[in-house]
Design a protein around this ligand. Structure first.
Ligand code: PEP
Ligand code: MN
Length: 368
């Protein structure tokens, strides 16, 4: 098969030293190169690519942009016609024909409340329980989570319900502690560009749910995922949660186009968080529908029966009844697309293993 060339757009005019740097990097990386016929700006490179090559070229001042990667595929990129990655945790599956619902409170605050929320969202079709023990609050004076006590509550709830857990890790030094309890690590929007944290998670053997930074471009988002992937952890779930915009009718602007785009360019599962995008409970269901219609492989939703009692994100927490409606919507939209809603193993487990060792029995849950 003919090798697809990498295509670079060069600055015009180029200084001599810029030109020398480009040509010497081409040689160093083993590319042969030639200008596209009639052009002084488009340089075609032929040769075997590697994931690092695009960024190395982008860092040269003489290069305006990498127009085409050629064979230099980053690890986040879908190979031509390649399949979706399906991430599976204790029976919950995201990607390919499967989508899953993650639900729970913003933060873990009370053990009894966490348990009752877990039971209700599980009955309504959630396959993973969410809840923050370490909260990345904008103000350092706000409630910042219960820490290890919160992790213990999550562990207890998982034991009782069998629902796997996703919870946020904020600090690379906490990866081991959080990893001892969680089934999926969450990296929040405020931490998306924390290279030290991402590098540490690259060594972990559990999936990472990576939220898009609130001001991150799609490329920056994918490169954040690349940090985890290059460490050897291939289990990354991307999550679009809205970006900052000029308007404040919603807390953030849900980038539905990014969901559809990401589904094309990467094999990684793409989830959506309509709760943090909307910032208000009356819009969460509509944004959830839009996300699923755009191709999302799942949703993460904040649910609480008494938002008045919580210390974070009460305004966007939906009721159990609203979550049931969101779940029914997701099923209907998935059915239209020939996809299916995933369920977790519902048999309570007493260990923290996920995937291979987890029990596989999957009694069907009555949802609607
Ligand atoms: C959260 O999930 O509660 C959270 C803090 O989300 P984000 O990082 O998207 O703001
Ligand atoms: Mn929240």
């Amino acid at each position: 098969m003919l090798e697809k060339p990498m295509l670079l757009r060069l600055r015009d005019p180029l200084t001599e030293s810029e030109r020398d740097s480009i040509f010497s990097l081409c040689k160093e990386l083993g590319y042969s190169y030639q200008f596209r016929a009639g052009s002084k700006e488009l340089l075609e490179l032929t040769g075997a690519g590697a994931p690092s090559h695009r960024s190395l070229f982008e860092d040269l001042t003489g290069i305006l942009s990498v127009v085409d990667n050629g064979q230099a595929r980053e690890l986040n990129m879908r190979s031509v016609g390649g399949p979706d990655l399906v991430v599976e945790v204790a029976g919950a599956r995201f990607g390919g024909e499967w989508a899953g619902l993650i639900a729970g409170p913003c933060a873990v605050e009370r053990a009894d409340r966490l348990q009752s929320i877990a039971e209700r969202v599980q009955a309504a079709g959630a396959c993973v329980l969410r809840g923050g023990a370490y909260k990345p609050r904008t103000s350092p004076y706000s409630f910042r989570g219960l820490g290890e006590a919160g992790l213990a509550m999550l562990a207890e709830t998982r034991t009782k319900t069998g629902l796997p857990i996703v919870t946020e890790v904020l600090d690379p030094r906490d990866v081991e502690t959080v990893g001892a309890v969680t089934d999926i690590f969450q990296v929040g929007s405020r931490s998306m560009a924390n290279a030290a944290l991402l590098t540490e998670l690259g060594k972990a053997n559990k999936p990472v749910l990576l939220k898009r930074g609130m001001s991150a471009t799609v490329r920056e988002f994918l490169l954040a995922a690349e940090y985890v992937l290059m460490g050897g952890n291939e289990q990354v779930l991307l999550c679009e949660r809205g970006v900052r915009s000029f308007d404040n009718v919603t807390r953030n602007l849900l980038d539905v186009g990014a969901i559809a785009h990401l589904k094309r360019v990467t094999h990684l599962p793409v989830l959506a968080d309509p709760s943090h995008a909307a910032g208000r409970r009356d819009l969460v269901r509509a944004l959830a529908r839009a996300s699923m219609a755009a191709g999302a492989d799942g949703l993460i939703i904040e649910v609480h029966p008494d938002p008045g009692e919580v210390h974070s994100d009460g305004a966007q927490a939906v009721s159990f009844e609203e979550f049931e409606r969101i779940s029914a919507d997701a099923r209907a939209i998935l059915e239209l697309d020939g996809r299916r809603l995933s369920q977790a193993d519902v048999v309570p487990r007493s260990d923290s293993t996920s995937g291979a060792g987890a029990q596989k029995s999957r009694p069907s849950l009555k949802v609607d």
